[in-house]
Ligand binder design. Sequence first.
Ligand code: ADP
Ligand code: MG
Length: 141
Amino acid sequence: MSKEVTFSIIKPNAMKKNVIGKIVDKFESNGLKIAGMKIMKISKSKAEEFYAEHSARPFFGELVEFMTSSPVVVMALAGENAVLKNREIMGATDPSKAAEGTIRKVFGDSMGENAVHGSDSIDSAKRELALFFENNEICNS
Ligand code: ADP
Ligand code: MG
């Protein structure tokens, strides 16, 4: 087991449902700690950089449009095996295939509007955290 920090976003469709607290509770009650958190509006250029790996996919334009359509919450989540644990708490990308009780099952609306983002590896987490947080905005102790 190793202590990790991963990156999470509460996406615009979940923000519109006013469920920041309910989503944060899922992380906390499953053993992750909120080590950094802010509400912000993501710029188009930042969203394009963040999702660069998907730039050739047909849904890329729609995804950037969606992620910049309202404020979001960006978070650093810390804990044992935080990257994998967060992916388990989130559930599958497609909410209709996500396990019962996962965030995407409960709050996701569609493949695109699936309530939360979570880093898929330690390397992705490092890259994504650096895009949205200064070092002194992550307090992991
Ligand atoms: P995940 O968010 O589970 O890591 P991906 O990295 O594959 O999933 O995709 C990034 C995001 O792009 C998804 O969370 C979703 O919002 C969007 N997305 C992925 N596949 C599709 C699709 N087929 N149609 C629309 N949006 C999609
Ligand atoms: Mg991904």
